[in-house]
Design a protein around this ligand. Structure first.
Ligand SMILES: [Zn+2]
Length: 132
């Protein structure tokens, strides 16, 4: 077996580890457009050993970057909550709304953001059993 074939076999094994699903969000991976993620990042001493490698969709792999799983877990809902909070100041542009309505909607935005902050993220790989 050439090293190229061994690479392909290894890639296929990683792809199938969670049945062709992203190890983080669980989406069905596009076989032609997915990434290999180091669960423990290389900068934290994570190895190239297949035990440390999972298949991830491009958005999950890009967002996770150099974070550990627990850093990613904490960051994700907070990041989305912040994006929602960032909308609140734009309500000032809504010239057709009363101040009272703006305050009401702003309160709802902050309520939704707080609920997101409190979400506990469980990754797909933690919900399902590995196939190998
Ligand atoms: Zn994903």
């Amino acid at each position: 077996m050439t090293s190229r074939n061994r690479n392909r076999t290894e890639q296929r094994r990683i792809f199938l580890k969670y049945g062709g699903h992203c190890a983080y969000c669980g989406c069905q991976l596009d076989p032609f457009d997915w990434h290999i993620d180091h669960v423990l990042p290389r900068k934290c001493g994570g190895s190239h050993d297949s035990k440390n490698l999972v298949a991830a969709c491009v958005p999950c792999n890009t967002r996770k970057g150099d974070m550990t799983m627990d850093e990613f877990r904490r960051w994700f809902p907070v990041h989305i909550a912040q994006r929602i909070r960032d909308i609140a100041p734009r309500l000032q542009m809504a010239w057709w709304m009363t101040e009272e309505d703006k305050l009401g909607i702003e309160a709802q935005i902050f309520n939704i953001a707080r609920q997101l902050d409190e979400q506990r993220v469980v990754f797909y790989m933690e919900r399902v059993m590995k196939t190998d």
